[in-house]
Design a protein around this ligand. Sequence first.
Ligand code: BGC
Length: 246
Amino acid sequence: MNVFGVDIGGSGIKGAPADLDRGALAQERHKVLTPHPSEPKAVVGAVQEVVRHFDWRGPVGLTFPGVVVDGHTRTAANVDKGWIDLDAGALFSDALGLPVAVVNDADAAGLAEVAYGAGKDRKGVVLLLTLGTGIGSALFIDGALVPNTELGHLELHGKDAEKHASSAAKEEHDWSWAHWAERLDDYFAMVEQLFSPQLIIIGGGVSRKADKFLPLLKPLRAEIVPAQLQNDAGIVGAAMAAAKLG
Ligand code: BGC
């Protein structure tokens, strides 16, 4: 079955029909630049452009980089503050004239990884962490998601953890891989102490370069592996959320 997924990211808004039998994109994705400022109206316009590109008629799943409960976006750490306490589900659905599901971006990536990728068939506590502009988290127990865990905002050395260890912070401060790995050690040690996951999956764009930093990390009790769907995880996971709309 094909369902449309859209991944709303800091730099690009990417969408495609996803083939949920295979957990892969059914067609090449279409990408437009994320508007800046990322106000709701401007983002809705960009999403319309992506969906229209495919002339899609059917449910649409969308990721959002903040807390989402029942289609309402509650927080906006790295996007325009106009998203706080907005009925984003209704906004997108009215604009597209289609049923929509809105889901946190890391939760979407986690859903896809647990169904088709690095977390497939894994029991127990599995945690996906996306290292990007922020740090996103998706927590699973026996394959079931606990949504909106927001572990990027745990406090580490008196700061938001994502300021201490995201890949955007690495870029901004021009940290070496070795220095960044030390910061990740602190962060992962804290997360492990709190949640004791059996498996940690590292997602986000930088997971493509996992060989540069995963071997530098201090050993954890948890197994730690890179995500497998990489760029497509958000689109596939958003489509999975929309498939549940029935
Ligand atoms: C947001 C999360 C999001 C993560 C990755 C954080 O700042 O609070 O909701 O999943 O960034 O985009």
